[in-house]
Design a protein around this ligand. Structure first.
Ligand SMILES: [Zn+2]
Length: 82
């Protein structure tokens, strides 16, 4: 699958990448919403490079587990802990 095809599976809007805050506001997609007890909700956003990297990890994991890789579900993997 091509990078652009993967990117097209997500909704992009301006925001700050959780791994690249130094980039400032860039094109990002929400990958997780945290709900700290006293602080409403906090959205974790990823830039294109990080999203592609995460999809790559998911693809490798699926290949190792012998399961089918389906892109577009990075936000549902639940690997980040609040
Ligand atoms: Zn990033």
């Amino acid at each position: 699958m091509q990078r652009q095809q993967i990117l097209d599976l997500y909704t992009w809007s301006p925001g700050v990448c959780f791994r690249h805050p130094e980039k400032g506001v860039t094109r990002t997609t929400p990958i997780k919403t945290l709900h700290p007890r006293d602080d409403g909700s906090h959205e974790i956003r990823a830039c294109e490079d990080c999203l592609i990297a995460m999809e790559g990890i998911r693809r490798e994991k699926a290949a190792r587990a012998g399961s089918e890789y389906e892109p577009g579900h990075v936000g549902e993997c639940g690997e980040q802990r609040a």
